[in-house]
Design a protein around this ligand. Sequence first.
Ligand code: ZN
Ligand code: ZN
Length: 485
Amino acid sequence: MKLACFLLIMVICNAEQVPQRESVEQPISMTAVYGKHLRLLAVPEADLLIAAIVASVRRFKDADFSSPWLAGPYDILIPISNSSANTGALIKPMDTEVWICIALSVPAVIASLIGLSKCINALNKRIGSIKPIENNSGAGSIQIIDYVVCVILSQAFEKEMVKKTSNRIRNERWLQDARFMHKHLDLHLVDLLEKKKISEVLEFIGNPKHLYDVVLGQLIAQKVPKVDEEWVTFINHLKQAITINAALATNVVKGRAQTFVDQLRNEFLNGYLQSEHLASAFLIDCTGEYEDCDSEDKMEFQEMCLSSLMQILNDTKSPNNQQDFAMELSPQVVKNMKTLNDPAALPRCGASCRMCGSLCIETANHDTNLRPHDAIHQPGGVAGMHLIENLKLDYSTCSQAYECDATFTLGNDQQDHKFRNFDKVFPGWKNPRINEELPVREYILATHNEDLAKKYKLKPCADIPSSFFRDLATVKEQLKRELQN
Ligand SMILES: [Zn+2]
Ligand SMILES: [Zn+2]
């Protein structure tokens, strides 16, 4: 609480009123100038005192006060209860976590603002780069076409690359032959095993569709044509189409802009590129918008069409990283294959065996009434298949269980089912009759028995066949040989 100001003043002794020294020993009767130092004036042992003194009426009686030399605020400290007299009272209402969040959010906000400003700058630059086109094209320009071309150019190129890649892979054995693809999947697992990425391997076995998608994506990416070369070809075809059609449109007396647009659309749809995507971008109605194009000089119109569009084509950069572009393109290739649904070029069905987790070997979208799901069933233990009586992982496959007329239960359902009724318990599935050796899966069960038991909260398999204990390098060599043949 602010009470008063302190005054640093000089007190000069008023000699006439100052008592004699002897009297100082009796302070009460001698002077009204109180205080340890003030008393020295009264004695008088001092002629002058420089100190912080609060001037009062009584003191004015005994001494002359000079003007204050220095003035400042006075504060009074009052003791208060513990609950509120706490220097942490400011931070107390919030937890440490809240303060940490506040501390972290400050740089995050700053970073966001910096990022936002960069985006705005980039956008401004982009807008800036389009402006000269507007100026060049002048009145009656067909800016909307420029804009459309700019926006859809990269999309059309991607579509073109999807188409080319799909054509390139349609005869690949890994696309046609499920067993061959399975060897690629196993080779991928072997690579991870060599790098000691065991948990990743076990995750992939538990989610075989994901493993398939990853490996398929890598195989497709290797087949994506060279982006740089393809981009040049693509742009050259576009330039050619624009040049020819701009020249043709000048011969029309009325509706030049519309003719130009229509011809381009036709060219993109039926010409070399055969791009529906590119053609759809030219579904533009120019009625009432570009009549002034008709009054322009032929050369002027042609120049207008060419200069702006060519500039966009020259300015648009090709995707610069082959690997990144290819990896991003792969899922689109897969999607395209599924959409086209050409039986000759389809990825695999994503279904997997409910018991052992093996992936269906049929193609995507297969009609299960005509061709039910089927799989090369793996040793069930790798996917958590276990014996109900002792919770130990099982080394046998669904096919072996079928052969020996074994039974199984599903999850919490205590009802016993026969493997012989596999196709009835799992509608849409074939009975498990394919019995083929899967060396990598056997190796995984034998070598990572404990890891698998831990993952599925079960007990390790107790009686793994000795043939499962393989040498990984030998397994890998064999896989590679089979893939090369
Ligand atoms: Zn199975
Ligand atoms: Zn299937």
